[in-house]
Ligand binder design. Structure first.
Ligand code: UDP
Ligand code: MG
Length: 335
């Protein structure tokens, strides 16, 4: 019989291996999901049980490591997973077709919209967001729980380095104000956001792309509040490229709640209601582990203690950006 601790451990391993399978499913979107899952189970047994499964055991077996942080600008070429020889995930795990055009993400849902047939039919157009003949602008993601100070720090870095701010939450909120009254898609997204949940990623990523295209000549972009889940990580990487740096603003739950309650009184945002706050905290906690692990393995993420004063946090962030983005070059003049 298992002791309590052992039972807990085995439960964690089982959850983890289930999570890995889901990640594999989201990533490969196999034509036959059941066969894929059966193969995953088979592979789990071959490896020696759920405790031997890593988060990416079931994804991208032939993935090459991304370039090191200083040169992590390359857009990953859309690739097909071939069944060819070489190290593979084990018998029967390939080939899995990756869509040349992404289908709607089934883990969430697709929103029908009369006004946007391209998106509602799930056909996200593949195009180069940045001019392939020019060096790509730097991209920094600022992630952290709701109320962790992402917006504040994003504005400070952007001003300091003359980068462009892109706040995904703000873009979505602006779109809602403009379209929600007349467009069913945005009406639904308004409800999702007010409920503290995530908008469909095809919409979010298209909105991000539009911002990048609009500001083609920017030296860099600071993206506030993205990615929020692992499938956004993969889609962004596939369609735009790898970020150069990911900054995680780490805050205690107590601090997050206090700041959100204060903000609710000051700003009256639709998602700063009690129910949405709890939901957003829960969603963040649920998704951050996988996102952080993914970027950790690529040496792209730095965690900053965000329970402190704004200026102290910013001092740390400035040093991190300088080291990661400009260590080999002259730092651009601070504005
Ligand atoms: N949101 C989303 N996808 C994203 C980023 C944001 O759906 O990639 C939605 C989500 O509902 C979130 C809201 O926009 O709760 C507000 O995001 P913001 O970053 O402004 O929230 P904060 O973390 O600052 O509280
Ligand atoms: Mg914000």
């Amino acid at each position: 019989m298992f002791s309590a601790a052992k039972q807990g451990e085995s439960f964690t391993y089982t959850c983890w291996s289930r999570q890995s399978m889901l990640t594999g499913l989201m990533y490969h979107r196999p034509e036959d999901p059941l066969a894929f899952l059966e193969n995953c189970l088979q592979k789990t047994r071959e490896l020696g049980g759920p405790e031997c499964v890593a988060w990416d055991t079931f994804i991208m077996p032939d993935r090459k490591p991304l370039p090191p942080i200083t040169t992590a600008q390359g857009k990953k070429a859309p690739c097909k997973l071939d069944s060819g020889p070489g190290p593979g995930p084990g018998p029967g795990l390939g080939p899995y077709r990756r869509y040349d055009r992404l289908p709607p993400i089934q883990a969430q849902f697709s929103i029908e919209s009369d006004s946007d047939m391209t998106e509602s039919s799930g056909l996200i157009q593949e195009y180069d967001v940045f001019d392939p003949l020019k060096p790509r602008p730097h991209i920094i993601f600022i992630i952290g729980g709701p109320g962790s100070g992402k917006g504040t720090q994003t504005a400070k870095i952007a001003a300091h380095y003359d980068f462009e701010c892109v706040s995904v939450g703000e873009i979505l909120r602006n779109q809602l104000l403009q379209h929600a009254p007349s467009d069913r898609k945005w009406e639904l997204i308004a409800q999702i956001i007010a409920n503290g949940e995530l908008a469909p990623q095809e919409t979010t990523i298209e909105e991000l792309k539009h911002q990048f295209i609009k500001k083609q000549d920017a030296k860099g972009f600071i993206v506030d509040g993205f990615p929020r889940e692992i499938s956004q990580v993969f889609t962004f990487e596939e369609q735009i490229g790898s970020p150069d740096l990911v900054i995680l603003l780490a805050c205690s739950n107590q601090q997050l709640r206090q700041r959100l309650e204060k903000r609710a009184l000051q700003q009256g945002r639709p998602d700063d209601n009690t129910h949405a706050i709890e939901k957003r905290l829960e969603t963040f906690k649920h998704n951050i582990t996988l996102i952080a692990k993914y970027y950790q393995e690529r040496g792209l993420i730095i965690r900053v203690d965000a329970d402190r004063e704004e200026d102290d946090i910013f001092t740390d962030i400035k040093a991190i950006v300088k080291e990661k983005l400009f260590s080999n070059k002259e730092e651009p003049p601070a504005l």
